[in-house]
Structures are given as structure tokens and as C-alpha cells.
Design a protein around this ligand. Structure first.
Ligand code: PA5
Length: 433
């Protein structure tokens, strides 16, 4: 389902990291083997069994048992890995539906709180909350993230004002347990807590209740997405046995990333659909927070074509080559109709009446961007999906998490911790006056 290709890298350079591909294959099969043999919780491998579990069913059960009142909007209170996956899927799933020529599902709006301490943003949230019948989903694995906690308290106060007698039933908490030991969380514990397994870290938690519950409560259909993730794990499992095509693409990508990363520390993440912006941000967190340790790792910088070609595109083509590009594309451009006759002044020289299907325009644009940037001396990694569908999206997400862990291990860094983030949290608490 995912094809991988490398371009623009001279052969002698690629050969300098040739050994990494075999290492990547071994690392991937070791990882999957370890995950299947009941590893200790601190191995943090719980995310590898989520797609085989019944997470979506558990969220639905929770909804049936606890949310038997009317609500018309969801406020997700969380940050980093406790928010980016859900936010991305809220936008990318409808895009996938559209690209398959399907009607959008009737889902309710989701608002996100917890990534700032801004009076302006809080006041906007408060106004939205006042005019809706909200459900608040508080998400924190640790229960110690201050942006989330400040926002939760702000939202709870607003809920108390609006529903003085029964605001508690509108609050769902998702955590790895232990919240009750921390002061200030009593208000979150009036409903049963939805469990996030201890061995699932934030940026690997999208297929747990963290990503699935808010979307499920908002009316999203998630089975195909999860099926894609499960399929990816099945394909990856074949590595070592018969070196399956998909898995070897994954290992090649992980190896090339580690190879390029010896010299370059920026990745321009190139995508051609505005709806994929949250996917680019999800990717950015996954790789930056996992790889960025010991002076290693590349920072993914989202670049949207066409939008950014008319701003940072110039730098990408003729500025210093301190980065590589990763292109994410699909081979087909959707089944939608009504855009078969798009016209542009550019057709007028040859045939003033000429019109083009939007699919062909998109295809030519992608080709032009890749070629112009390659000709300017860029190194490019290409990831191709057959098409954008919920199943392929789930496959891609699981594939990305596996590739991320393998490339981190190739670079000798722990993919699952974030000591820098913890240090910042500590500084803030020490300095709080
Ligand atoms: O990926 C991670 O581990 C982080 O981005 C966390 O998700 C983020 O810091 C929020 O942490 P918590 O869920 O403990 O509030």
C-alpha cells in the first residue's frame, strides 16, 4: 500500500549507509517479536497491539453506558500526543471520504484546548462553550501537563456555571490511571476514566482511546482506519520471513532517513492537499520528539504545495541545501466529478478553449514540483499511497510509527522518551510564582 523511492542522492553517498537497511530489517522484526512476547510496561510497546484490540468498541460501550444525554460539540483538552492524532483524523478522514466519492458523515464539531495559556483564546473558547451543549474530553497520560490542567480547570469552571447541578456527567477523562493521587483532579473523576495503557506513549497513542474516543463520541466511523493499521502490522510481520515488499520499503525509508540524517537535520515534508496540514503536524511531532536527542534527528518542516511554493519554495530551490525533502502523495487523485473542465489563461496560447480535468492539473503540478526541486539539487524521499482512503490512512499512520522507531534505533536514540520536554515542564513548575 505504500511505495517508497529515493531520488537525487548520488550512488556513492547512498552506499555509505548501505549496511543500515539490513540492520533496519533486523530491528523491525526484533521489535515485533518483542511486542508479541508480553514485554515489560517500560518497553513502551503497547501501541503495537492497539489495532488488534477492541478500542473502538470499548469507546462505543463507554458512550452507550455513560453519555446518555444530549451534546452537540466536543471540547478536547490535551496537548502534544494527547491531541494531535485526534485533530489530524478529524480533518483527514473527511478528506479521504471525499476522495473516494463518498458523502461526508454527519459528525459534530470538535474544539481543541490545552495548547496555550492565552486569555484571548480562552475567551473565544468560553463563548463557544456557552452557546453549545458540550462534552469535555480531558486527555493526559501523566496528568501533570500544566497547559492541559490549566485549561481543564478553566473549562470546568465554565461548565459549572452552565450546568450547576449536573456538569460532571459531561466530563470524560482519559489517562493512564493515578489521576486521583494528584491534587486538583477530583472534578474529572465523577465519570469512569477511560484507560490509556501505561505502555503507550503520547505520540504513539492515536489508535488508543486518546485518538479514538473523541472521534467516536463525535460520530466518526473508525473501523476501516483501524483495519488499515492492523494490515500494516501484518505486512510488517512478514519481514524476515519473506522480506515483504511493504516492509522492505519501510526499512529502506528508515535506513535512508538515518543515512541522510548524519549530515542533514531538516526535512521539508512536502504535501499537496491543504487538508493534510494536520497530518504534516502529526508527522512533525512523531519524528521530532522521537528522534531529536543527543544532537541527532531531523526536524520535519511542513511545506504545502502550491501554497508554500510561492513563499519558501524559492529558498528550497536556491537556498543552502541543508535539508532533504519527503514527498507524500497518492497515485490517484480521487473519484469526484464536476471538475473535468477547469480553464486557465495558460491554455490560451495553444487553444483558448482548452480545459483540463482537475486530476490532470494536480498530477502535472506534482510532477513539476518534484522535477524542479530535483533539478535544483535536492535529495528526495517519496512515499506513494495507492489512493487516499480511511484504510490507507490507517496503514500510513502505523507505517510511520514503525519507520520512526526503526530509524531512531538505527541512530541510537530512544524513540519513546522526551527528556527535553520533561525538563521544560520542571522549569515551569520551579518558576511558578
Ligand atoms: O508524545 C508525548 O509523549 C508528548 O507529546 C505528550 O503527549 C504531551 O507532552 C502531553 O502529555 P500528557 O498526555 O502526559 O499530558
Amino acid at each position: 500500500m505504500i511505495e517508497y523511492k529515493l531520488s537525487g542522492v548520488p550512488e556513492f553517498k547512498r552506499q555509505s549507509w548501505e549496511g543500515l537497511q539490513d540492520k533496519a530489517t533486523t530491528l523491525l522484526s526484533d521489535l515485533l517479536e518483542e511486542a508479541s512476547s508480553s514485554p515489560a510496561p517500560d518497553a513502551m510497546l503497547g501501541w503495537l497491539s492497539l489495532p488488534q484490540g477492541e478500542v473502538v468498541e470499548a469507546c462505543k460501550k463507554y458512550q452507550d453506558e455513560n453519555l446518555d444525554f444530549f451534546y452537540d460539540s466536543i471540547f478536547v483538552c490535551g496537548t502534544g500526543g494527547s491531541q494531535l492524532g485526534c485533530r489530524m483524523l478529524e480533518e483527514v478522514l473527511p478528506f479521504c471520504q471525499y476522495m473516494q466519492g463518498k458523502e461526508a458523515l454527519a459528525t459534530m464539531p470538535i474544539y481543541y484546548v490545552g495548547q496555550h495559556v492565552s486569555a484571548y483564546e480562552f475567551s473565544k473558547t468560553q463563548a463557544t462553550l456557552k452557546s453549545s451543549q458540550p462534552l469535555l474530553v480531558f486527555i493526559s497520560k501523566s496528568g501533570t501537563t500544566f497547559e492541559t490542567s490549566v485549561s481543564a480547570n478553566f473549562l470546568i469552571d465554565s461548565m459549572k456555571e452552565k450546568y450547576p447541578d449536573n456538569y460532571q456527567r459531561r466530563i470524560v477523562a482519559i489517562s493512564s490511571g493515578g489521576l486521583e493521587q494528584k491534587p486538583g483532579f477530583d472534578e474529572l473523576l465523577k465519570q469512569p476514566v477511560l484507560d490509556l495503557p501505561k505502555d503507550v506513549g503520547g505520540r504513539f497513542s492515536v489508535f488508543s482511546s486518546v485518538g479514538m474516543a473523541p472521534l467516536c463520541f463525535a460520530g466518526f466511523e473508525l473501523h476501516e482506519l483501524v483495519e488499515g493499521a492492523r494490515q500494516c502490522l501484518e505486512d510488517a510481520d512478514e519481514v524476515g520471513q519473506q522480506a515483504g515488499l511493504q516492509a522492505s520499503g519501510l526499512c529502506l525509508f528508515a535506513a535512508d532517513r538515518a543515512g541522510l540524517g548524519k549530515e542533514q537535520h531538516l526535512e521539508a515534508f512536502m504535501y499537496g492537499e491543504p487538508a493534510l496540514e494536520p497530518l504534516a503536524l502529526w508527522w512533525q511531532q512523531l519524528f521530532a520528539e522521537s528522534e531529536g536527542k543527543d544532537q541527532k534527528g531531523a526536524l520535519p518542516v511542513p511545506v504545502q504545495w502550491s501554497r508554500d511554493l510561492h513563499s519558501v519554495g524559492q529558498w528550497l530551490q536556491q537556498g543552502p541545501k541543508v535539508y532533504w525533502q519527503t514527498f507524500l502523495q497518492s497515485k490517484t487523485n480521487g473519484k469526484f466529478s464536476g471538475m473535468e473542465n477547469m480553464r486557465s489563461i495558460h491554455a490560451s496560447n495553444s487553444d483558448p478553449q482548452a480545459s483540463f480535468d482537475i486530476k490532470d492539473i494536480k498530477f502535472s503540478l506534482g510532477k513539476a514540483v518534484r522535477k524542479a526541486h530535483l533539478d535544483s539539487g535536492n535529495q528526495q524521499l517519496h512515499l506513494w499511497l495507492d489512493e487516499w482512503s480511511p484504510k490507507n490512512l490507517g496503514y500510513f499512520m502505523q507505517w510511520s510509527m514503525l519507520a520512526c522507531v526503526v530509524t531512531c534505533k538505527l541512530q541510537g536514540v530512544n524513540p519513546f522518551d522526551q527528556p527535553g520536554v520533561e525538563a521544560y515542564k520542571k522549569q515551569f513548575l520551579n518558576g511558578l510564582v
